[in-house]
Design a protein around this ligand. Sequence first.
Ligand SMILES: C[S@@+](CC[C@H](N)C(=O)[O-])C[C@H]1O[C@@H](n2cnc3c(N)ncnc32)[C@H](O)[C@@H]1O
Length: 269
Amino acid sequence: MSGFSITWLDLREPADLGGRNIELAQKALAALRDEHRALAPRLAVDLGAGTGSTLRALLNLGGDDIIWRLVDLDGALLDEALLRHGQDFVIEDHQADLSVVEELPLSGARLVTASALFDLTSQEFLERLCERLAAQGTGLYAALNYDGTTQWQPPHPLDAQVLDAFNSDQRRDKGFGEALGPDATRALQLALEPRGYSVQIANSPWQLDGADAELVTALINGIADAVQETVDAEPLAQWRQFRLDNAGSGTCIVGHTDLLALPDAPAQS
Ligand SMILES: C[S@@+](CC[C@H](N)C(=O)[O-])C[C@H]1O[C@@H](n2cnc3c(N)ncnc32)[C@H](O)[C@@H]1O
């Protein structure tokens, strides 16, 4: 168990799919199919794969010809991914702790992928991972990294304070050391460009309205719970209630960014 339930991942997946930048996803798929980049098969290694959301996102774009190696600490999530896709895809599942970077099964990958992962990780993890990617000339497609922005409509006087407190909480250690939180995409760019990668970044915001009230409700409660030690109880309770009262009629934009980094030198098999 990792703390990420199938229910939560299913709840957020439509918002992730709607936010994910299509152009970068198409380029990621093209990189997987680029015969000049590698002799190996069209192998994608998805880190923190959960139930296979990256697989599904690329499948939506016609990516039914990719071989997947799904890596996650949570065996129940990997089992669910195999249940959903094991009949139609060649899938290798690896239950492993990503923080043990040197043992990650990256060999032969044309592209390493991840979604909603890198904001949980640390600078140290990222440097070690990028070193391995560069050593074997493998690209990285890292989608849906939280960027630290959240815009609510209608506004509430406590929005900015709650957001500051939430962004501080995002830096709590999630098993990799101090988390990168909103800095994840920029940190990836700074780690990959000097190692010979061309990096493209695009916005991939969640754009939520009354139709997403269940997700918005979970988001409000998650934020309020996360900041309860740093924001005064009474105003926070009022903020939570105001937000819940407006979940069915207001809007919420949660900023994310996608990154695609491709090596200037071709991958080796
Ligand atoms: C926010 S979820 C994203 C899951 C999936 N990529 C998606 O977009 O639905 C983060 C994922 O990373 C996995 N994870 C977190 N820490 C991990 C670690 N140290 N080693 C392996 N997987 C980890 C969790 O089990 C979870 O599946």
